[in-house]
Design a protein around this ligand. Structure first.
Ligand SMILES: [Mg+2]
Length: 249
């Protein structure tokens, strides 16, 4: 799901007024045995979430309440911000109740917009070949998760999928990462996290996670926006080492 937190707003401002220089990743794969991957914006195109919350839901809300679409959008964006970085933000039942709309049903209607970013499958295949432990770690609600897994079929690549609702706090909290370690039992110094939300990376960094990657192109419809703090990629092919092996002709 998309987020409306401070970091995103600040980053949007930065990107509109010139952006930070890209920090290139310098991962040593021998130092890593666990890979944690975010879902929305990282593996999947965030265009679906942006369109859903910023356009599709306001359209339906404006029809239901007979108010102009702009007024509906403004009201909804304020409601989204009120619960940013909390589990309510990702809770479909919360929004169905709050807005008087069937949010899962609306998501299903535009599920054709759900898509996997380029080179994601190649990267998952690489991790599997290198025998890394692979976990999908998402703030997404279990209802959203099942719609997306059904549409994209990426579920079987992972050793386990963890929703923030299972942990009890959102990924933006340092506590999330402590509890996740207790749940999964990884060595945090040998673990990599890739995420498109800087605030999530900052929480993981405070907790002491060893390797962090910022995904700088979460939506296929928006421009690349680098982080001023974290090494960034646009596509996961940047993390797959080139072997340089030539196949004999
Ligand atoms: Mg994300």
């Amino acid at each position: 799901m998309c987020t409306y937190n401070q970091t995103d707003k600040q980053m949007k401002t930065i990107c509109e007024h010139g952006q930070p220089e890209k920090i290139f990743p310098t991962l040593q794969w021998d130092d890593i045995d666990t890979v944690l991957l975010d879902m929305d914006g990282t593996l999947l195109d965030k265009h679906f979430d942006d369109y859903f919350w910023e356009q599709y839901v306001p359209e339906h809300y404006s029809l239901k309440h007979d108010i102009p679409i702009e007024q509906a959008r403004e009201k909804l964006l304020a409601l989204y911000r009120d619960v940013e970085d909390t589990l309510d933000w990702t809770d479909l039942n919360y929004w169905s109740h709050e807005l008087g709309l069937d949010i899962p049903e609306l998501k299903m209607r535009i599920n054709h917009l759900i898509g996997v970013h380029p080179y994601v499958i190649e990267f998952l295949e690489f991790c599997l070949t290198m025998r890394k432990k692979l976990f999908l770690i998402t703030n997404a609600h279990s209802g959203t998760l099942s719609i997306k897994l059904e549409k994209t079929s990426i579920g079987p690549w992972f050793d386990r999928i963890v929703c923030a609702e299972e942990i009890g706090v959102a990924k933006e909290s340092v506590e999330f990462w402590q509890r996740l370690e207790e749940t999964l039992g990884f060595d945090k110094t040998r673990t990599l996290l890739a995420d498109d939300t800087e605030k999530v990376l900052a929480a993981a960094e405070s907790y002491g996670l060893g390797h962090l990657i910022f995904v700088a192109k979460p939506s296929s419809r928006k421009q690349v926006c680098y982080s001023s703090k974290y090494p960034a990629i646009e596509f996961f092919k940047e993390l797959i080492p080139r072997t340089g092996t030539l196949i004999p002709g």
